[in-house]
Design a protein around this ligand. Structure first.
Ligand SMILES: [Ca+2]
Length: 279
């Protein structure tokens, strides 16, 4: 009886009490906490893994966002280009429409040009007829050709005696604009023909020394001095004219039909010369 009591007492000292009121040993207690501990550990690992995974996912999401943003920019740029292309296409279409509309007008212009060409041809025919009539009236040779209306003819040369007064250089330009040049005289016959029409007026001729200091014709051929053609004492290159810099560098026909040098800026009538027109 005493032994049983002792044994029971030992049991009481070494045993622990379970929740349910039953005593459990140390091993059982360890086993009881093992499963929750493992579970908590696994959950913790899962949480950490999920956190790491979440971080990677965030990085990927940021990368994807960046790409989407870049893609948006590209799409915006493409839209802008597309809009520009559409506007250009509209303009091309409008231009095409305009060209189509103007086709008729262009055809009209072409017709007008053809008519002008026909008129020009008609004008040449009239000029040819006029030339033939003038040859009959003047009893001139057919080989001499014809001069423009308002020009005087001597042989195959035409002369224009202006009523307009210009400077020497302006006169030169005027003649050139009329397919002619200022008067150049190489023969006594021409001299007589011209001076019969100029005396007692003053006219510029194509003779000057402003370019090189030597007298030359307007076509730059050298002039051979003939004193008998000049007013006595001329050319004198007079510098007291009060007409600005330079002396008298341009020649004109004086009232007597002889030459005198004068300041080129002086305005006076002039004589143009050209070849006759072959009819
Ligand atoms: Ca003079």
């Amino acid at each position: 009886m005493t032994t049983d009591y002792l044994h029971q007492n030992e049991m009481d000292k070494t045993a622990l009490w379970s929740k349910e009121g039953f005593p459990v040993s140390g091993v059982s207690r360890y086993r009881r906490w093992l499963i929750p501990g493992l579970t908590a550990t696994i959950i913790l690992i899962l949480i950490i893994s999920l956190g790491a995974s979440n971080s990677k996912m965030s990085n990927r999401l940021w990368s994807v966002e960046q790409r989407v943003s870049n893609l948006s920019n590209v799409i915006q740029s493409l839209n802008s280009s597309l809009q520009h292309a559409q506007e250009t296409a509209k303009k091309v279409e409008q231009l095409q429409f305009s060209v189509e509309n103007n086709k008729d007008q262009l055809t009209s212009v072409d017709d007008a040009l053809k008519q002008l060409s026909a008129l020009d041809s008609l004008s040449r025919s009239v000029a040819s007829l006029k030339c033939s009539l003038e040859r009959i009236i003047n009893n001139s040779s057919a080989g001499d050709g014809c001069c423009p209306l308002g020009w005087d003819q001597s042989g195959f040369l035409c002369f224009f005696f202006s009523s307009l007064s210009l400077s020497w250089n302006e006169s030169r330009v005027w003649c050139e604009e009329h397919q002619a040049h200022l008067l150049i005289i190489h023969s006594d016959q021409t001299w007589d023909f011209v001076t019969r029409r100029t005396i007692p007026e003053l006219f510029w001729v194509g003779l000057s020394d402003w370019r090189t200091g030597r007298w030359e014709w307007v076509n730059r051929t050298p002039y051979t001095m003939e004193r008998r053609r000049w007013v006595p004492g001329q050319p004198d290159s007079w510098a007291g004219h009060g007409l600005g810099a330079g002396d008298e560098d341009c020649a004109h026909l004086h009232r007597t039909g002889r030459l005198n040098d004068l300041h080129c800026s002086t305005k006076m009538r002039f004589i143009c010369q050209r070849h006759s027109i072959r009819a």
